[in-house]
Design a protein around this ligand. Structure first.
Ligand code: CP
Ligand code: NVA
Length: 307
């Protein structure tokens, strides 16, 4: 088992499935008012360079519910790269706490923190990947169909969400169709690594520029913002590039049985309409709830023993 949770591509399928089983158990126990205290006395540091609602609250609530404690670090207080090197920050934290959740712009910075840390480092989102979100998404899908039979259509920007969905589908052998403009496909190194994993897992990974083609016959239609955090200067241009990729009632007509997914926050009226996001087929709040349960599984697995 890897020390860190940085990319789904680093984790074997059986470990990801075990985490999903434990997440389902945590959800059931939570409904019964039971909260196993498996992280009593453990401490999680949390470092966010970008805004967050779901990731921050679910990690802090999750570790607290397991009997542990969380400390939120402010970037300007820590001063990574200005006050201290990333490696020195990671070495210091490893002396005091049991794990670190970090949301950074640069994926390389997160990797550098993980390499220098003796403790587990968990990816709370980078410009490249968002694996914890995809774990919650997989739990949400598995609540509706057998995961191995799931067919997922991702429509929009080939961003961190698309990259992590590719990783998850490739490891677990799922059917993922991506519909993005040719100019905004997922990163080439992610696609190539996913293709290699897919030859082993049997995943069917395909790409088209046509959202309607991607969603036909899909169980799940997934979208995310056209302008991710840090890309705000490009938002006007991006509205034009992605105009044909909105998930709206007309697109849903092509996939009468599909559920609609979004990691949130949504830019309502851009990548998704109000009527779809608030409609009967939307399962976005199940995804948001499952962040809590699946991250408890990840925390328990990585923080129970100091590495
Ligand atoms: N989906 C998600 O990661 O939400 P936050 O940006 O609010 O953490
Ligand atoms: N692609 C989005 C995901 C937010 C959870 C972003 O990076 O801003």
């Amino acid at each position: 088992m890897p020390k860190d949770f940085i990319s789904l591509a680093d984790w074997p399928a059986e470990d990801l499935l075990a985490l999903l089983d434990r997440a389902r158990e945590f959800k059931r126990l939570d409904r019964e008012g039971k909260r196993p205290q498996t992280l009593q006395g453990r401490t999680l540091a949390m470092f966010f360079e970008k805004p967050s609602l779901r990731t921050h609250v679910t990690f802090e609530a999750g570790v607290t519910q397991l009997g542990g404690h969380a400390i939120l670090l402010q970037p300007d207080q820590v001063g990574i790269g200005t006050r201290e090197t990333p490696a020195d920050v990671a070495r210091n934290l490893s002396l005091w706490v049991d794990g670190l959740v970090a949301r950074t712009y640069s994926h390389e910075l997160l990797e550098e923190l993980a390499q220098s840390a003796g403790i587990a480092v968990i990816n709370g989102l980078t410009d490249l990947l968002h694996p914890c979100q995809v774990m919650a998404d997989l739990q949400t899908m598995a609540e509706r169909v057998e995961l191995k039979d799931a067919s997922i259509a991702y429509v929009g920007d080939g961003n961190n969400m698309a990259n992590s969905l590719l990783n998850g589908a490739a490891v677990l052998g799922l059917d993922l169709r991506l519909a993005t403009p040719a100019s905004h496909r997922p990163a080439a190194r992610i696609r190539q690594a996913a293709d290699r994993l897919a030859t082993r897992s049997g995943a069917r990974l395909s790409w088209t520029e046509d959202p309607r083609e991607a969603v036909r016959g899909a169980n799940f239609i997934y979208t995310d913002v056209w302008t991710s955090m840090g890309q705000e200067d490009e938002s006007e241009l991006r509205r034009q590039v992605f105009a044909a990729y909105q998930v709206n009632d007309a697109l849903l007509e092509e996939a009468p049985d599909a559920w609609v997914m979004h990691c949130l926050p949504a830019h309502r009226g851009e990548e998704i309409t109000d009527s779809v996001l608030d409609g009967e087929r939307s399962i976005v709040f199940d995804q948001a709830e499952n962040r809590l349960h699946v991250q408890k599984a990840i925390l328990e697995r990585l923080l129970s023993h100091k590495n």
